[in-house]
Design a binder for this molecule. Structure first.
Ligand code: AMP
Ligand code: ZN
Length: 466
């Protein structure tokens, strides 16, 4: 079965085919955090959905070139640094460091590149793009000295968010980074300096000022990934105005279709409301770690609901994650014991293992994928209870689990047995069966060198970490 994703732009499930003529590499742009505060777990829902996407594409053999930007200059970061009485770069650095730490805690695979908007290379690129837009009549400098995108020059404006521009009647100009659909109008590409910006300022052909938020992503995406990319992601709140503006700016600059597939995750909710900093109903990752939950449990909660569905955050769901993960841990432990043993259990290999990947091929259907995993756990536990799972089957299941875990990242760290060690155990079982004690001892030394201890008991080999 081919991979299919729901494209926000067309509202259709579409078969995924990368732009790369060799069909190997995938260009992925994911809007990153605005570093004016600690990211809340709603933000991390978006980053975890993107992590699942990246890991699944990799499991299917693609090489993913992923860019995640850091918005380190915009309306919010400027307000934040002034309130803190710090230079902008010093203020945002603290939240950048915290963000990278949080990604590690949640086992998110780092992007290939994490560009910052204030990097001089990208500021220059933003200015270059805006100049091109002005030159070709897509943008103009207004009396307030700011530069605006001319909405009526781009007839596709509104297609991503499915807006009816006739009804909305765009009028006036907008200089804020965020606004509602009702106040739609020409939006700012370059904001002329005013006193509220303090010392956050760059020179430009239009005088002193700073970039608007939207042009930042257009500049970083086209600079690092070229004019056309395969997939662009974010949360649904990014659709308008941010992604709509990105399309307009990028396409008028490059003349290419900016993005093939747009994917947006639904919000993380708290008691029926979007979790957000402005509503004040948010938890940061750190809040939950302080309450004794682990990164792995929080990862489980945020990943376990299909990304297009709203996820209602509750403490019961964290308790549910804890028990689901301990079921996985116990199962892996039982399989590990069985894999190394020499019992003469007779059984049959469990079918249906391929269904995990196939479920994710279907627009990242994680509930179906977890359903497959827990079915396998139930069946193999039953087989173990009845001494009907052979050590070879247990090893095959552990191999399968290693593959599944490369995507899910749910394994308890201490019990993760590397593939190489599993293979050594298997080779040692064969050596012992052939009564080749010298080979068996040699392999035991190799297992030891890899950080694991193998002991022989009546039931066979027992594996523990050194
Ligand atoms: P921001 O730092 O506000 O630019 O947001 C960073 C990312 O988190 C964006 O992709 C947002 O769409 C996403 N996001 C913000 N709030 C939520 C939420 N409650 N649930 C899911 N994603 C969110
Ligand atoms: Zn963005």
């Amino acid at each position: 079965m081919a991979i299919r994703f729901l494209n926000t732009y067309t509202r259709q499930l579409e078969e995924f085919r990368p732009l790369d003529p060799a069909g190997k590499s995938v260009k992925l742009y994911t809007c990153g955090p605005t570093v004016y505060n600690y990211a809340h777990i709603g933000n991390f829902r978006a980053y975890l959905f993107e992590d699942l996407l990246q890991r699944h594409l990799q499991a299917r053999g693609y090489e993913v070139n992923r860019v995640m930007n850091l918005t380190d200059v915009d309306d919010k970061t400027i307000r934040g640094c002034q309130a803190a009485g710090l230079p902008l770069a010093e203020f945002t650095q603290k939240f950048k460091d915290a963000f990278f730490e949080d990604l590690k805690t949640l086992r998110v695979q780092p992007a290939t590149t994490f560009p910052s908007a204030t990097d001089p290379v990208y500021i220059a690129r933003m200015i270059e793009m805006i100049a091109h837009l002005v030159e070709h009549g897509y943008a103009y400098q207004a009396e307030d000295k700011s530069v605006y995108f001319r909405l009526n020059k781009f007839p596709n404006y509104g297609k991503l968010a499915h807006l009816n521009l006739d009804e909305l009647r765009p009028s006036g100009r907008i200089s804020n980074d965020e606004y509602e659909k009702e106040s739609i109008g020409d939006f700012a590409l370059w904001k002329a300096w005013d006193a509220a910006d303090g010392d956050v300022v760059w020179d430009s052909p239009w005088g002193k000022g700073r970039p608007g938020w939207h042009i930042e992503c257009s500049a970083m995406s086209t600079a690092l990934l070229g004019p056309e990319i395969d997939i662009h992601c974010g949360g649904v709140d990014n659709i308008f105005p941010h992604h709509e503006a990105e399309i307009a700016q990028s396409e008028c600059c490059t003349g290419h279709r900016f993005v093939r597939v747009w994917m947006h995750c639904a919000h993380l909710m708290v008691e029926g409301q979007k979790m957000s900093k402005s509503a004040g109903n948010f938890y940061t990752l750190r809040n939950l770690l302080d309450k004794g939950y682990t990164g792995r449990e929080i990862r489980y909660v945020l990943l376990s609901v299909n990304y297009r569905l709203p996820l209602n955050f509750t403490f019961e769901s964290l308790a549910g994650a804890r028990s689901a993960l301990s079921r996985i841990d116990e199962w892996v432990e039982r399989l590990t014991t069985q894999a190394a043993s020499e019992t003469n259990a007779s059984g049959h290999p469990l079918a249906a293992q391929m269904r995990f990947e196939e479920a994710l091929d279907d627009d990242l259907n994680i509930s179906a994928a977890l359903g497959v995993l827990f079915d396998i756990i139930r069946e193999s536990n039953r087989a173990l209870d009845q001494n009907a799972l052979t050590p070879a089957d247990a090893r095959a299941l552990l191999n399968w689990w290693n593959r599944v875990n490369a995507v899910l990242q749910f394994q308890r760290e201490e019990t993760a047995i590397p593939q190489t060690v599993l293979e050594l155990v298997e080779a040692r079982a064969a050596a012992r069966a052939a009564k080749n004690w010298a080979a068996s001892d040699e392999i035991r030394a190799q297992i030891d060198a890899a950080g694991w201890v193998v002991k022989d008991s009546k039931e066979g080999q027992k594996l523990t970490r050194k």
